[in-house]
Design a protein around this ligand. Structure first.
Ligand SMILES: Cc1ncc(CN)c(N)n1
Length: 224
């Protein structure tokens, strides 16, 4: 069994919690309050700035030019395509690009991005992929799941989000990460695979916490 299949099978219960989070369900049926989405979108923009740096670390750790080029393309795609979606949403909410970048990250945004960067900086290429894969893979699955709901992708606020993450291009990117992880884990020892599983599990858990943080508009205790 490929390592990615092992992870998917084993972590299904944790994985499903992300798909069933009220924030995701609210985008699916259109009942999510726009204010919650606004909060999410700003935090996600800050998240993506750091996430793009993890791809940069992938390029640093790659040992062939093809992989290095692919990570460079993922970095570019994050900054100029995925974040363009957020900039469009920000414009709809009356938030400028300067305001977006100057926004303060929530404790969960800080914890999640610092964890990914730490795992990537201190680990191998396999650690880099284990850290980012739940992000790419779970968004792709959520995008496809929501896209399959009649009318969801036409929603005037959430439709573009759903179309972006259900798209062929986003799926290809997620699949490339899955394949790369399988390639870099073939023949690894149990101890190495257990360590990678731990990283994958932790970022999967952080995905849940990120939905939860957005749903509850959580910043530092005692601060708006
Ligand atoms: C928190 C989070 N996780 C994943 C993705 C998909 N790149 C995202 N935009 N935001």
């Amino acid at each position: 069994m490929k390592f990615s299949q092992r992870l998917h099978e084993k972590l299904k219960p944790v994985w499903r919690q992300n798909h069933n989070h009220p924030f995701v369900k609210g985008m699916a049926d259109g009942s999510l309050e726009p204010e919650k989405f606004r909060f999410y979108m700003v935090q996600d923009y800050l998240y993506l700035i750091q996430y793009a740096k993890v791809f940069a670390l992938g390029a640093v750790k790659a040992d062939d030019l093809e992989t290095m080029g692919k990570f460079a393309a993922l970095l570019d795609g994050t900054l100029n395509e995925e974040m363009a979606l957020h900039r469009q949403y920000a414009a709809r909410f009356g938030i400028s690009e300067e305001e977006l970048e100057a926004a303060k990250p929530s404790p969960i945004t800080i914890a999640y991005t610092h964890y990914m960067l730490h795992a990537a900086q201190n680990g191998t290429l396999a650690d880099v992929i284990a850290a980012v894969l739940p992000c790419a893979w779970s968004y792709w699955e959520i995008g496809k799941e929501l896209h399959a709901i009649p009318g969801a992708a036409d929603h005037e606020l959430y439709g573009e989000w759903i179309n972006m993450y259900a798209s062929e291009e986003f799926g290809q990117m997620a699949q490339w990460c899955i394949d790369l992880l399988d390639q870099h884990t073939a023949g690894k020892s149990k101890a190495e695979l257990d360590k990678l599983e731990e990283i994958f599990l932790n970022t999967t858990r952080f995905e849940y916490m990120f939905w939860d943080m957005a749903y509850n508009g959580e910043m530092w205790p005692g601060h708006a």
